[in-house]
Design a protein around this ligand. Structure first.
Ligand SMILES: [Zn+2]
Length: 190
């Protein structure tokens, strides 16, 4: 974890966030600023949960060197430019230290996990999209994977897309675990 913190360039990260959300927070975003819980930073992704008008929303922002991608599970959050995303950005700009740093684990480490908490952290730390692209690199298509676990390709895509919008299908964790198992068994890493 120390190593990850050392690699992380907070000033550069905040500059990119500020380019997207120059501020000050707008009227709709302001009530949500600093109201997030489960504040996490995993590599270049920050996330948190917040109480909205229609329930609890999961909000995340990936600040890449090329683009900033934000997502929110609220009904207007599909493109990621709702006021909850803005509020998460302003929260991180003001209090970056309030976000717990989560180590990004190697994706082949699942067999070394020693308990269920570690497993759930591990599954939360990697997206289905990322796993499917790893499968593809290992020569296993999305279709072949879906068929091998008795899931339709359309359904697998739906589960993947839902996660990208911070919505969760019940089978998300099990699907990720199946990906990891296939990768470890049949995927040639690097
Ligand atoms: Zn939202």
């Amino acid at each position: 974890m120390a190593q990850l913190s050392d690699d992380f360039d907070l000033a550069a990260y905040q500059n990119r966030l500020r380019r997207q959300w120059p501020g000050p927070a707008g009227e709709k975003a302001r009530p949500y600023v600093d109201k997030f819980w489960d504040r996490l930073r995993r590599d270049l992704t920050i996330s948190g949960r917040v109480e909205g008008n229609h329930g609890v929303y999961t909000v995340s922002i990936i600040v890449g060197s090329e683009a900033v991608i934000s997502r929110c599970s609220c009904y207007i959050g599909k493109g990621g430019y709702c006021h909850h995303c803005a509020a998460l950005a302003y929260t991180f700009l003001a209090k970056p230290e309030s976000f717990t740093v989560v180590e990004k684990k190697s994706i082949t480490a699942v067999q070394t996990l020693s308990n269920l908490d570690e497993l759930s952290d591990h599954l939360a730390g990697i997206s289905l999209e990322e796993l499917i692209s790893q499968l593809k690199k290992a020569g296993i298509t999305q279709k072949a994977f879906a068929e091998s676990i008795g899931m339709s390709t359309q359904h697998l895509s739906a589960v993947k897309r839902a996660e990208q919008r911070n919505h969760t299908f019940h089978e998300l964790g099990a699907t990720k675990l199946a990906c990891l198992w296939v990768l470890e068994r049949f995927g040639k890493q690097e």
